[in-house]
Design a protein around this ligand. Structure first.
Ligand code: ATP
Length: 236
């Protein structure tokens, strides 16, 4: 049993940059294990830039970030794949290889992240597909799946290495409301099983319906509903 109670993500006085341009400054917050947190803000306010910094796609130039046991002030290029094993990343666009089956899409990631034993690969693959409700999809090509099903495969892929946190950038953005609702419920199930979730969203209905903590990018700062009075407004 894991008795570690450290936050899964801790940001201290960080500035988030795009190149030389500071996008968010004085960013300071923690995400505890098992927490579900929404990330909101108008278009161009810095949500994706923050997430990209967290998975080391943008360099951390100022401040401190620890995520899933990795110190981003010290991380080397070689270590980045190991970081990405411990955080699951999910985007709006599905980004599956279109010319490979679901099983091949999943095994590609597993081989790239150090899995070698064929029986173990097969067993873990089956496990994550059951988790996302796609027991019979392993041999299908992405185009044989609906948008919602493809997004479930992406979520399955993100879960392969049992990440301590999932970073999701508008994961329901391209889906019909009903399908989006199913995907959101899947995130909730995953969260209940113990994975922290930081989800960027423009979906006002989700915010009204689920009273999770909210981080809001606004005027170059990050507001936190744990500390500030965060307004959702009509066009956050
Ligand atoms: N690759 C890039 N190079 C330079 N500037 C960028 C790049 N990507 C984004 N920016 C700029 O960084 C700022 C923040 O953009 P970001 O994509 O983080 O916002 P966002 O809140 O995720 O927006 P959206 O809700 O539209 O996804 C914007 O001013 C944007 O123009």
């Amino acid at each position: 049993m894991d008795f570690n109670t450290e936050p899964v993500l801790e940001i201290k006085q960080a500035t988030i940059f795009q190149g030389l341009d500071p996008i968010l400054s004085d960013v300071d917050f923690s995400v505890e294990q098992h927490e579900f947190v929404f990330l909101i803000g108008r278009t161009g306010s810095g949500k994706s830039s923050l997430l990209k910094t967290l998975y080391a796609d943008l360099p951390l130039q100022s401040g401190n970030i620890e995520i899933s046991g990795f110190d981003l002030t010290k991380i080397t290029t070689k270590e980045v794949p190991f970081l990405r094993r411990k955080i699951g990343i999910i985007f709006q666009d599905f980004q599956l290889f279109p010319d490979r089956t679901v099983a091949e899409n999943l095994s590609f990631v597993m081989k790239a992240t150090g899995w070698k034993d064929k029986a173990k690969i097969k067993a873990r693959m089956a496990e994550v597909l059951v988790l996302v409700g796609l027991n019979n999809a392993a041999s299908k090509m992405p185009h044989q799946l609906s948008g919602g099903e493809q997004q479930r495969v992406v979520i399955a892929r993100a879960l392969l290495n049992e990440p301590s946190i999932l970073l999701a950038d508008e994961p329901t953005g391209n889906l019909d409301p009903d399908v989006a609702d199913g995907i959101f419920k899947l995130f909730q199930e995953i969260n209940k099983k113990g994975t922290a979730i930081l989800m960027a969203t423009h979906n006002h209905d989700l915010l009204k319906k689920y009273p999770y903590r909210v981080l809001k990018c606004e005027n170059g700062k990050l507001l936190d509903s744990k500390v500030h009075d965060v307004s959702f407004g009509s066009s956050f």
